[in-house]
Design a protein around this ligand. Structure first.
Ligand code: HPA
Ligand SMILES: [Zn+2]
Length: 341
């Protein structure tokens, strides 16, 4: 039996921005099989249940291996459009009004899919999603950190003719052994191009990688950053400099960063005054979308309404939209919280 939690209900209804979601990680098994059929491709799993049964990860790498294999069904611009629409529909249902969405072009160009095809499809999805659900979205191009600096520069060169169509750059994939310093020159070039940059750091990697992401890459936000608590001076800096962390609780649980949600460092980071946000990362693989993450956190920590309002506000403050748009969304959030309290 479930008991009704009015705070949880309010948190789920709050308008929010999602700042850490990989579009390839929103590929649900049903869509994966539908696209495989449409493209005449065989997935290495008999059916959806067999694929779901493989979602038994013990590390980031064990997840990435499956995530890259499933991305093989994405071939045409229509596939990327449909993937985007499926995500936006679910996000809108969770009262996400704005999403900053990662995509990994190297996962696709390595298979012979043109960068343009990926971009055209994702953009069409964003355009239709805005019309249908009033949700806005920005694209963030991520470099795969297990690949070389040279390959990242080649990807950047491919993206440059259409730079106005992406909002910023990020860094993802296997963290251990691939420190941010490996991409310092690539990110310097991204910043020269006038784009904000972000980086995954402190998910499986040490707090020193968070420091590198800030000092060597100029990262405007840290994706994950949950291991920052191992360095109190870093936590103090994150709070002092108002550096947002895009935390993904169910992801951390499913990839065994923490054994249980009760061990998650989110409450410590919040208590230290760090600008924490809650996000879904790869919702198709990790057990849910944004409100599922909120439910899991609330079950472990029973936050009050003001804490959830703070987290929702952080998501707007940490977003890359202009100040007037941020203020409008925050005013809407504050209005709904006042009416409800
Ligand atoms: O959580 C993640 N970490 C690193 N790379 C990723 N690519 C998709 N999700 C992730
Ligand atoms: Zn991520």
């Amino acid at each position: 039996m479930t008991t009704h939690d009015p705070v949880l209900d309010l948190a789920c209804r709050m308008p929010k921005a999602e700042l850490h979601v990989h579009i390839e990680g929103t590929l649900e098994p049903d869509l994966a099989f539908a696209l495989a059929r449409r493209n005449g491709i065989a997935l290495p799993y008999a059916d959806e249940a067999a694929l779901r049964a493989a979602y038994d990860f013990d590390s980031l790498q064990s997840f990435l291996d499956l995530y890259y294999a499933c991305a093989d069904v994405l071939r045409t611009a229509d596939d990327f459009r449909d993937l985007m629409l499926a995500y936006l529909e679910r996000a809108a249902a969770d009262n996400v009004v704005h999403a900053e969405i990662f995509f990994d072009p190297q996962t696709h160009t390595a298979r012979g899919i043109a960068y343009r095809t990926v971009l055209d499809g994702l953009e069409e999805g964003l355009r239709i999603g805005r019309q249908r659900w009033g949700i806005s979205g920005l694209l963030i191009l991520c470099f795969l950190r297990h690949l070389s600096e040279e390959e990242a520069f080649a990807t950047l060169a491919e993206a440059e003719p259409w730079l106005d169509r992406i909002h910023g750059f990020g860094l993802d994939s296997s963290e251990q052994g691939h420190p941010p310093s490996k991409f310092a020159r690539v990110f310097a070039r991204c910043r020269e191009l006038g784009k904000p940059v972000v980086a995954h750091a402190g998910e499986e990697g040490p707090p020193a990688y968070v420091v590198e992401a800030l000092d060597l890459l100029g990262s405007a936000r840290i994706d994950h950053g949950v291991r920052s608590v191992e360095d109190p001076a870093l936590v103090a800096r994150l709070a002092r400099e108002a550096i947002p962390l895009t935390v993904c609780p169910l992801s951390n649980l499913r990839l065994c960063v923490f054994g249980t949600m009760a061990e998650h460092t989110l409450p410590q980071l919040l208590a230290a005054g760090v600008r924490v946000t809650v996000n879904s990362d790869d919702p198709a693989y990790f057990g849910g979308y944004l409100n599922d993450n909120i439910r899991a956190v609330q079950a472990a920590f029973a936050f009050d309404a003001a804490t959830w309002q703070r987290i929702a506000r952080n998501s707007f403050e940490a977003s890359f939209v202009d100040a007037a748009q941020k203020a409008a969304w925050i005013a809407e959030l504050d209005r709904m919280c006042t009416v409800d309290s």
